[in-house]
Design a protein around this ligand. Structure first.
Ligand SMILES: Nc1ncnc2c1ncn2[C@@H]1O[C@H](COP(=O)(O)OP(=O)(O)OP(=O)(O)O)[C@@H](O)[C@H]1O
Ligand SMILES: [Mg+2]
Length: 587
């Protein structure tokens, strides 16, 4: 399955229509409907209050200023002041409400993106760079939040003021009103034509920001290699390229985001000019009053100012939509490793059965080609073969980190796809070639993924380790179980990491234990100790050992050669050696 988030071919398809996007975005904050309603009411009130202002000013001028009625003037000034103060309070309340809603939306959105990442299969992470994913969780969600907490309400507020002002203009004098509003037509056309372009520019800018983030992540993750090979210049150059790309794309997005403003401003000036010229002409003709003209001019401002604001807000909206496209594309992915039906009945008496299994990585060549083999319960198997031969891939298929391209794998007589992830994980202990530890202590790491032992009190875990003959291994750590492990597992040696991974897997008492070069970095004395621990596992435990060192596989019941897409059973260690010496096997 293609999990590449940045694939270019179908970016067009994943753009969602305006209302569908809006509905989904709003559904993220469905729990806040009450607050949202209050905020909307506040906007209406605010717009209403500020719309009444100009009319009252015009009325006061025509009725009290020209008649020199100072008492009336004072009363109306007081009313106006009270109105403006009320508008201020309402405005403040609405800002606070929306700020909170926006932040909570950001929180929900980041959680959903992160939870989605937790659900997705390994294949997804093979195809996407973590830096780009981090950028989606951090930057893209924040763009959506900014729109919701800052722009949306101003946008709606502007829309209401604008509509109100437009209606009042038409009511006061329809002809003059129509003339004043005509430049808005140009604005509407221009916005409609330029919007898809603005959104595209913003999308490109966000994508390059993701690329930049991936670049930073990669060089930070590999800083040891960078320093050891003194290749800082290499990463610097790659970073500079990514940074420059982002700079260019951001400038373009910036231009796209501001291009509406001058057009809107120009239209507003034209509108004012029309009103002034026509209005004065009407006054000379005796069809209009000075007070009405002043009100009219104020409404023109009330119409075009929000419109101008909307130009900037529209850009913020396009930015949020571009970010939303990137997020929702990620959210639309489903784990393709779903649980299948269990047809019932035992299909094989072997513990593991590979039936005509073929496998290729996405966009890669075939690693396994129609492979058949069986593993019996309680036996020890060794998988050997050249580097890149497909050993880790085979082990990953047994643990269902990937699904086969063709053929079926049976685990305990059942299609491996019919187990839940939890069932599978409880049966299989997989010590990866490249063990990963979390920040915390050795204790946290040993208990990871082990619900049975998670509740063990102090001392009980030591006892459990003692019972499994693993207590001695703790001597390899300065502070025993409490030895701290830094982020990314730095600060302890690779051999120590392998020991932790080993204890973690053994303590879970799996039915099947897979060791992928799990002891390659451990000294021979300790390794013998580990072998003794493995010997002590319940006799029903099936073991799969992948190793290059011969002494590690000496005691295996059966050895498999993995190479060039084939897996060939070669019998016991001595038989395999014999085959190697005299047969036509390559290794
Ligand atoms: N995530 C991946 N995406 C694409 N191709 C991969 C991936 N992992 C491995 N491969 C390819 O699959 C082939 C088998 O790799 P695999 O890791 O199974 O080899 P291996 O036998 O475990 O080698 P080693 O002894 O070095 O651990 C290799 O050609 C490798 O390039
Ligand atoms: Mg490997």
């Amino acid at each position: 399955m293609n999990y590449d988030l940045n694939r270019a071919s179908d970016t067009g398809d994943r753009k969602q229509p305006f209302f569908a996007s809006m509905r989904k975005m709003v559904s993220m904050i469905s729990g806040e409907r009450r607050k949202l309603n209050i905020a909307f009411a506040a906007i209406f009130l605010n717009a209403g209050l500020s719309l009444m202002g100009p009319y009252l000013v015009g009325y006061t001028i025509d009725n009290y200023v020209q008649a020199k009625d100072y008492h009336g003037l004072l009363v109306y000034s007081g009313i106006l002041l009270a109105m403006y103060m009320a508008a201020f309070v309402v405005n403040y309340a609405q800002m606070r409400l929306m700020g909170g809603i926006g932040q909570r939306m950001l929180y929900t959105l980041r959680n959903s993106v992160f939870n989605k990442l937790q659900e997705l299969p390994l294949e997804f992470f093979n195809q996407n760079k973590s830096g780009d994913l981090i950028s989606r969780i951090n930057n893209d969600t924040d763009k959506v939040n900014q729109f919701f907490s800052q722009s949306l309400m101003r946008f709606i507020g502007s829309l209401i003021s604008m509509t109100g002002a437009g209606i009042l203009l038409l009511v006061i004098n329809p002809k003059l009103g129509l003339a004043a509003l005509s430049p808005a037509l140009i604005i509407w056309l221009f916005t409609k034509i330029s919007s898809p372009w603005i959104r595209r520019k913003n999308e490109a800018s966000l994508k390059s920001l993701g690329g930049l983030s991936a670049q930073i992540q990669e060089s930070l993750a590999n800083f040891k290699v960078v320093i050891a090979f003194n290749r800082r210049d290499y990463f610097r150059r790659r970073f500079e390229e990514a940074n420059h790309d982002n700079y260019k794309k951001s400038i373009q997005a910036g231009i796209a985001n501001t291009i509406l403003t001058p057009v809107y401003t120009f239209a507003s000036h034209v509108g004012q000019l029309i009103v002034l010229a026509l209005g004065i002409w009407l006054i000379i003709q005796g069809h209009f009053t000075i007070g009405l003209l002043i009100s009219f001019l104020a409404y023109i401002t009330n119409f075009y100012n929000p419109l101008r604001q909307m130009a900037a807000l529209w850009a913020s909206f396009q930015q949020a939509m571009a970010a939303w496209d990137r997020i929702s594309f990620l959210l639309s992915f489903e784990n393709n490793l779903t649980q299948g039906d269990d047809p019932g009945g035992e299909l094989s008496s072997s513990y593991i059965h590979f039936a005509d299994v073929a496998f290729s990585y996405p966009n890669g060549k075939e690693v396994l080609h129609r492979v058949n083999f069986d593993l019996q319960r309680g036996k020890t198997y060794a998988f050997v073969g050249p580097t890149g031969g497909g050993k880790t891939t085979t082990a990953s298929l047994i643990a269902r980190l990937f699904d086969t391209s063709e053929g079926v794998i049976l685990l305990d007589g059942r299609d491996i796809r019919s187990f839940t992830a939890c069932e599978r994980a409880s049966k299989i202990g997989f010590i990866l070639q490249d063990p990963l530890l979390f920040s915390g202590t050795i204790r946290d790491n040993i208990l990871y993924g082990n619900p049975e032992c998670a509740g063990l009190l102090d001392g009980q875990l030591e006892q459990a380790l003692e019972d499994a003959h693993m207590a001695d291994l703790l001597e390899r750590f300065d502070m025993g179980l409490d030895t701290p492990i830094q982020m990314t597992g730095d600060g302890i040696s690779l051999g120590q990491k392998q020991l932790v991974a080993f204890m973690r897997a053994i303590l879970r008492k799996p039915e099947l234990l897979i060791l992928d070069e799990a002891t390659a970095n451990i000294d021979t004395v300790t390794e013998q100790h580990l072998e003794a621990i493995l010997e002590n596992l319940p006799s029903s435990t099936t073991k799969v050992i992948i190793a290059h060192r011969l002494n590690t596989i000496e005691n295996a019941d059966e050895i498999f050669f993995v190479n060039s897409g084939e897996i060939i059973a070669a019998g016991s260690f001595n038989e395999a050696l014999d085959l190697l010496m005299h047969g036509n096997m390559e290794s």
